[in-house]
Design a protein around this ligand. Structure first.
Ligand SMILES: [Zn+2]
Ligand SMILES: [Zn+2]
Length: 154
């Protein structure tokens, strides 16, 4: 089977922010989701948590709800690809009939779409105003820049 990827879109809030959960402090915040090719987007191999300042790799910030959703969306698609490749393997072999079996595989139903509420407030780190974040209002006294980790207060 060839490698394949399943595109899963995670919703942004109406300001274009994506909800994130810090793997260190488990606090939730949001970062701005730049369009692909946006010159304002900082290219980074890690980001600093705005709440606790501890860095983690770019892929470490999914919330449990987002992970569950992605697995839920990807599973039926993986299922379909496996089924098709089994069908291909049997095609053309005399005397073997491959029947599609709807119960084959994981059979996971596609989950309901995620909804992203417009909560939290926007703050811009003075050192990197092109990378605003949204944080819970109670957390604004001491924040850290997403890109360089410099502390600031909103
Ligand atoms: Zn944190
Ligand atoms: Zn910065």
């Amino acid at each position: 089977m060839d490698d394949f990827s399943v595109p899963v879109s995670i919703p942004l809030d109406s300001d274009g922010f994506l909800r994130r959960e810090c793997p260190t402090c488990e606090g939730e915040f949001k970062w701005f989701s730049h369009d692909e090719g946006d010159p304002d987007a900082e290219v980074a191999e890690q980001y600093f948590c705005p709440l606790c300042g501890v860095p983690a790799g770019c892929d470490s910030w999914w919330t449990p709800a987002q992970l569950a959703y992605m697995q839920g969306v990807a599973a039926p698609e993986i299922d379909r690809v496996i089924r098709e490749s089994i069908g291909d393997a049997f095609r053309g072999i005399r005397g073997v009939t491959f029947r599609q079996n709807a119960d084959f595989g994981l059979g996971t139903p596609t989950p309901d779409p995620l909804v992203e509420p417009d909560d939290m407030i926007i703050v811009e780190p003075p050192c990197h105003p092109n990378e605003p974040v949204k944080v819970p209002e109670a957390a604004t006294a001491r924040l850290y820049c997403l890109v360089c980790g410099a502390p600031f207060a909103a």
